[in-house]
Design a binder for this molecule. Structure first.
Ligand code: SF4
Length: 322
């Protein structure tokens, strides 16, 4: 059975007072089983909404179309009862912020107990042993203390580890991790890196890593997807993307890193209620051509990557690349 996650022509728009927010706007992707795929891009690029859409965790004002297939079942239109059985057991999401993901009036242990109680119908008194076991596996030296702690009593790194333990409690095949290193210092970021590396290498978990942290993506991921204005602008093998970025936006993101030139991309990310015509990046692109202002580029193949930029459309006769 195919256990990749396959997304076709996905559109997720939100009705708001300011207008229609086109958060995800025609995305085709395959997340390959057994790999860690990083989704990178600035705030507002649509990457978190894309992650949430896989488990149908979208706000009620979302208008959705397209399809997301997993094990030959379509997730986007699946009824709530069925998708409840997939959430946590088959595909688990580790949300962005531990301080809001945990209920402050429940202990860490109680959060994990509920998963066993709800999904595995484990008797309440047996849940605690299973939960302690999960905490032990995530290298908490005092699992009993963590079990009885509230999230606000833990450090940022410990909260993140507890959240990851909760996401892994039911041994899912897939993890969607949204900004797991956000706000953490370098030492804790390294711990998070080791946890995710172990999940893939020791437990065979497939991971979708949504992140601003390009250094983490470079260390951890096998494949990279670059999003901007609700679209995928580039995707490919990690080595190819980082050693030879094709899209001007990908190049800009990499050059803005502290370990590179630290040159920020000029201009602002587009307003998702009022996207520019043509190429969504044209207002910030130093390679812009006339065609870019009026037509939207397709995805073109170049050296193993796919890139949404007219410079790679061989039929136009531009000098290829940047
Ligand atoms: Fe720049 Fe044009 Fe390529 Fe868009 S299509 S990234 S504007 S060169």
């Amino acid at each position: 059975m195919n256990v990749d996650i396959r997304i076709s022509d996905l559109m997720i728009h939100f009705y708001t007072k300011e207008g229609m927010v086109r958060a995800v706007d025609g995305v085709d992707l395959v997340f390959n089983n057994g790999k860690i795929t990083g989704i990178v891009g600035e705030t507002g690029s649509g990457k978190s909404v894309l992650g949430l859409s896989i488990l149908n965790l979208l706000a009620s004002n979302a208008k959705k179309s397209g399809s997301i297939f997993y094990k030959d079942e379509e997730l986007l239109s699946m009824d709530e009862e069925r998708i409840q059985n997939i959430r946590g057991k088959e595909i688990s999401i580790i949300p962005q912020n531990p301080s809001t993901a945990f209920n402050p009036i429940l202990k860490i242990g109680e959060h994990i107990n509920e998963l066993f109680y709800y999904h595995e119908k484990v008797k309440k008194k047996s849940c605690k042993e299973k939960t302690l076991d999960v905490l032990r596996k995530f290298s908490f030296l005092s699992p009993g203390r963590i079990y009885n702690s509230y999230s606000f009593q833990l450090s940022g790194g410990m909260s993140q580890r507890a959240l990851t333990a909760m996401g892994m409690a039911l041994n899912p095949k897939w993890i969607i991790a949204d900004e797991p290193t956000k706000g953490l210092d370098a030492i804790i970021r390294n711990q998070v890196y080791k946890v995710f590396k172990g999940l893939k290498e020791d437990k065979g978990v497939s991971i979708i890593l949504i992140t601003h942290d390009l250094m983490l993506a470079r260390k951890l991921c096998d494949e990279i997807v670059v999003m901007y204005g609700g679209k995928v602008l580039e995707q490919g093998d990690k080595e190819e993307i980082f050693s030879s970025p094709k899209h001007p936006y990908t190049r800009g993101l990499i050059d803005a890193q502290p370990n590179r030139k630290l040159i920020a991309i000029e201009g602002m990310a587009p307003n998702l209620t009022n996207l520019p015509n043509g190429c969504r990046f044209h207002t910030r692109c130093k390679y812009v051509k006339e065609i870019c202002r009026v037509s939207e580029p397709d995805m073109y193949s170049s050296e193993g990557s796919k890139v949404r930029c007219f410079l790679y459309d061989k039929s136009r006769g531009f000098e290829e690349g940047i």
